[in-house]
Write a protein that binds this ligand. Structure first.
Ligand code: GN1
Ligand code: MG
Length: 380
């Protein structure tokens, strides 16, 4: 825990418009700690707000490399938004840099050393502009919103289609199920929390789908599926909408890397189409809504239909099962590891999440034929 005084000291290192007057915690990310900062009104009476985040360096081992990714990607997006006549301070995440006078000679010499602050406890902090008038959702409340969400990610991917600089791999093998299975085997062997003996059924959910999931990832490894710049964490709460329901800005760019664009489609479907919560205790509430699937896919393909290659289109529906499966594996693996990765609100939280995501996966499997037909229809 940080005291208010320490937090004010941290934010003072960054180039905010005026000095901070209040700092409040903000939810509900699973990885980083997020706070909102309000600054003193300037001469015109305007008080700006900022997002201050402690970046979790256990999850992201190279925070400086990650911040350089974010700076490169957002600079590219800014140019696109300006060229299209949009407002770059609202339509792209704006990284706030360090005050030069707060930086040591070493920090100044480091590439991208002005993008973050490392405090005396060894924790990393970064700041971005808070986008006023934006709306966030934990759940998609209508097909119209799902359509807009799909359209927004489609545009995001299109704007990054000509981004060619190499990106750091901020989390090794993030959506690489071959690597996840290696971690999985280790976790089972180690049985750090002594929980494996009670999880025979849940473990079988993972093992029984291993070949199918590895076969998909082989297509990424052998280049059958192309690599593009991808966000990799496109759940609805990582998207800012405007009051009219259009996507304003894609946030949480920590996992922007090169991978298959199918990750972004699949993770969004996992989130937008769930009729229950990601951690629903009532499995009767959890299912995949075909109506939401169709709406999201329609919005997405309105932007990407002409650009996706045939193989990407062929695997679009499968990617939803893939990412949902991966999420089941990751939640269960964290439960087995003793809850060391995801923030949890109660002791069985990761197990509850595992079961709820598994129920969602089953619902996708039941409706898979229809999902494929819908994609084929919308690709015509
Ligand atoms: C995490 O940080 P947040 O809450 O946006 C996680 C995602 C998971 C998601 C599950 C870096 O996202 O991969 O899908 O939780 N991010 C990381 O809700 O592991
Ligand atoms: Mg995240």
């Amino acid at each position: 825990m940080y005291t208010e005084k320490e937090l004010f000291e941290i934010i003072s290192k960054f180039e905010t418009a005026t000095e901070a007057v209040s700092i409040k915690a903000m939810g509900p990310g699973f990885i980083n700690d997020t706070l909102t900062v309000t600054t003193r009104p300037d001469a015109s009476g305007k008080a700006a707000r900022y997002i201050l985040q402690r970046k979790n360096h256990n999850v992201f081992p190279d925070v400086p490399g990650m911040m350089r990714n974010i700076a490169m990607v957002t600079e590219h997006l800014r140019k696109k938004v300006i060229a299209a006549g949009g407002d770059p301070d609202r339509e792209v995440l704006k990284v706030i840099r360090r005050k030069p006078e707060s930086m040591s000679a070493e920090e100044k010499a480091a590439q991208g050393g002005d993008l973050y602050y490392k405090d005396s406890r060894g924790n990393y902090w970064a700041v971005s502009l808070f986008i006023e008038g934006s709306v966030t959702y934990e759940k998609a409340d209508s097909p119209a919103l799902a359509y807009k969400g799909g359209e927004g990610i489609g545009k995001f991917q299109s704007m990054l289609a000509d981004f060619t600089q190499p990106l750091n791999e901020t989390i090794k093998g993030f959506h690489n199920i071959r690597w996840r299975f290696e971690q999985w085997d280790e976790a089972l062997k180690k049985d750090a929390a002594g929980r494996v003996k009670d999880l025979a059924e849940e473990i079988s959910w993972i093992e029984s789908r291993k070949e199918e999931m590895l076969a998909f990832w082989s297509l990424v490894e052998n280049g059958t599926l192309p690599t593009r710049v991808t966000h990799n964490d496109t759940k609805i709460s990582n998207i800012l909408f405007d009051e009219r329901g259009n996507v304003l800005c894609v946030i949480d760019l920590d996992t922007c890397m090169s991978s298959t664009s199918l990750n972004d489609f699949g993770d969004a479907i996992r989130s937008y189409t769930n009729t229950g919560a990601e951690d629903d205790q009532d499995l009767g509430k959890v299912s995949m809504s075909m109506e939401m699937f169709k709406a999201y896919t329609e919005g997405y393909l309105s932007q990407r239909k002409g650009t996706l290659c045939a193989k990407e289109a062929e695997y679009l529906a499968f990617s939803a099962k893939y990412i949902t499966f991966e999420q089941v594996l990751r939640f269960l693996m964290d439960y087995i590891d003793g809850d060391v990765y995801y923030k949890t609100a109660y002791p069985e939280h990761n197990l509850v999440r595992t079961r709820a995501q598994y129920r969602l996966l089953q619902s996708m499997e039941e409706q898979y034929g229809q999902m494929q037909e819908t994609v084929a229809e919308l690709m015509k």
